[in-house]
Design a protein around this ligand. Structure first.
Ligand code: NAD
Length: 336
């Protein structure tokens, strides 16, 4: 019988792509999402892509009675927990919302899992837990810190999972530290769709390409990098999605926890990204140089070796693929 996964935040950007890969791998999936940052038609699009009915429950991960009912109605083998608030800037304005959704949300979920005796969970962490790393590529053993309330929530969640895992060896956690997810599904039916001004580089460039934003400001061109602009590790969202399948496979197969980076191990600069997007969109994109932003670092890219050793994970898609799939998605979305 197919193994069954609860996918919190499964209507969101990374969650929806992960749904596709889980369905392809033969898992049965139930989405829980409150649609605070997702379009309602995502589930229709997932049905087209996966060729199967999508089970989606609208609700909040903080709603303990709802979670208890979900776990009573379904016999889940594991949970993949994406549901969270993720905008770094907003987290400094509304820290309490972030602490509640991200930290209390995880605690509520773990409480329901414990009652139902479901002990395997994949958690969406972030390279933000490395703060300003002083070693490149960043290994999983690098010291952890935080620069903002969002980063604090990811650090506290990781540490909480470590405490819980140490208390009872039935728990198995896959803590996945994402670098910068980018791109979209090849069908251009799902992708990243921020309503507000995007926080991240690729969706910002995408909105410049569609004409929704006037121009890109490149913050800092005097860093110690090949072209002077900031360098980051971008990973195609479909590679990232596959990493979740490999993580949940490993948890269910071995019962052992793991904490790994999910990145490519390659850094691309802001200008690399801009040029690749211009190639994908077939036009020049307006941009201007601007002063460095406080707190930004020159380069961050992850060491991908442990994910390869533990999960057999390796990113396969390159920057051109990220930009082309993103452009296909945003240009189609704008015209439908
Ligand atoms: N996108 C990134 O750059 C990035 C990087 C590192 C880590 N992450 C983490 O990955 C996860 C998914 O990120 P994403 O980019 O897909 O974000 P997203 O906002 O697209 O997806 C999150 C989903 O969770 C839902 N949600 C939010 N609060 C909820 C709640 N209380 N109850 C139920 N559903 C709720 C939203 O409606 C949304 O569909 C998050 O935990 C995020 O912190 C994202």
């Amino acid at each position: 019988m197919a193994q069954k996964i609860l996918l919190t935040g499964g209507a969101g950007f990374i969650g929806s792509h992960t749904y596709v890969e889980l369905a392809k791998a033969g898992y049965e999936v139930v989405i829980l999402d409150n649609f605070s940052n997702a379009q309602r038609d995502v589930t229709d699009r997932l049905e087209v892509i996966s060729g199967q009915d999508v089970t989606c429950v609208e609700g909040d991960v903080l709603n303990a009675p709802l979670l208890d009912k979900l776990f009573a109605d379904h016999k889940f083998d594991a949970v993949i927990h994406f549901a969270a608030l993720k905008a770094v800037g907003e987290s400094t304005e509304k820290p309490l919302d972030y602490l509640t959704t991200n930290i209390s949300g995880l605690y509520t979920l773990l409480g329901a899992m414990k009652k139902a005796e479901v002990f395997s969970l994949v958690f969406s962490s972030s390279a933000t837990v490395y703060g300003q790393p002083d070693q490149l590529p960043v290994p999983e053993t690098a010291p952890r810190s935080f620069n903002n309330p969002y980063g604090y929530t990811k650090l506290v969640c990781e540490q909480s999972l470590e405490q819980v895992a140490a208390s009872d060896d039935r728990w198995a956690f896959g803590i996945l530290r994402y670098f910068n997810p980018a791109g979209a599904h090849d069908t251009a039916l799902i992708g990243e769709d921020p309503n507000d001004i995007p926080n991240n580089l690729m969706p910002y460039i995408a909105k410049v390409a569609t004409g929704e934003l006037e121009k890109l400001s490149v913050f800092g061109d005097d860093y110690d990098t090949p072209d002077g602009t900031g360098v980051r590790d971008y990973i195609h969202v479909m590679d990232l999605a596959r990493g979740h399948v490999q993580s949940v496979d490993a948890l269910l197969r071995t019962g052992n926890s793991h904490t790994v980076n999910l990145g490519t191990g390659t850094g691309y600069s802001v200008i690399d990204m801009l040029r690749a997007y211009e190639k994908a969109a077939g036009k020049d994109l307006p941009h201007q140089m601007a002063p460095r932003r406080a707190g930004d670092v020159a380069s961050v890219y992850g060491d991908p070796d442990l994910a390869r050793e533990v999960l057999g994970f390796q990113a396969e898609r390159d920057l051109d693929d990220m930009c082309q799939s993103s452009w296909n998605w945003v240009s189609r979305r704008k015209n439908t």
